[in-house]
Design a protein around this ligand. Sequence first.
Ligand SMILES: [Zn+2]
Ligand SMILES: [Zn+2]
Length: 274
Amino acid sequence: MSLHVKFWGVRGSIACPSPNHVVYGGNTSCVQVTLDDHTIIFDAGTGIRGLGHEILRRDIRRSSLMLTHTHWDHINGFPFFAPAFQANRHFRIYAGHLQEMGGIYHVLANQMANPTFPVPLDALQANLEFIDFTQGETLEPEPGVLVRTAPLRHPNGATGYRIDYKGASVCYVTDTEHIPGQPDQTILDLIAGADLVIYDCTYTDSEFPAKVGWGHSTWQEGVRLCRQANAKRLAIFHHDPDHDDQFMERLEEEARTLWSGALVARDNLELTLA
Ligand SMILES: [Zn+2]
Ligand SMILES: [Zn+2]
C-alpha cells in the first residue's frame, strides 16, 4: 500500500510569483493524494496546471477533484487543467457547500463563461461528473477510499476532508477561521489521530486579531489542534501572499521549535505517508 501527497500550490488568496516567492512557491491551493492507483485532487487553484501536465505524462485516466469551496484561489486553475480537454479521461468533481446555490456545475460554468473566459465548460472533452454532497457525509470516490467531510467556518462556506485508506489518513482543512481559546470540535473530530493534517495557516497568532472575520486561521492554532487531536504531522498551508521566503523561513524555524510534527508546505513538496 502506498499513500503519497504532493503539493502543487500552497498559497491562499492569489497567486504570487515573484523573486521573493521562489522557495515556498506562488501557486494557489492544489494538493494531489495518490493511494496505490487512485488519485484524489484537493482544490483547483493555479497549482492544478502543473498537476495536469503530470497527469498527462503518467497517463492517469480517472481521478476525483474534491473542492473545499469555490473562492477564486481554489478554482481558477481549472480552465487550465489540460487533461479535462481530452476525451479519454474521467473526472468526478465534488463540492459540499453549493447545494442551495445551484451546484458546482453552475459555478464552474460561470467561471468559464463569456466574457470572462473564451472556452465554455461544456466544450471540455473529458467525461466530467459533478457531485454536490451534504457536508458531514462520508464519500467513497474510489473503491476502498473513504472520505469524511465536515463544514468549516468560512465566508460562503467551505468543506474539510479526511481520507482514510488501508489504515493511513490525511486531512485537508482549509479555509477555516478559529475562535481563539475555543478549539473547533468539528475539526478535532475530523483530524483525530490522523497521519497528516494540511491546515489553513494563512496568518500568525500575532497577525490574527486584525483579520478576524476574514475566514482564516494561524499556524499556531494548527499546532494546537493537531496536538489535541493526537495527529502526527501538520502541514502549514494556504500561505499569505504577503509572507515572502524570508518570512516563511523564520516561520518554519519557529514552528519546528514549537512542535517537531510541524512542516511548511511548499510547491512541489512530496510526502510519503505509507
Ligand atoms: Zn483560500
Ligand atoms: Zn476562501
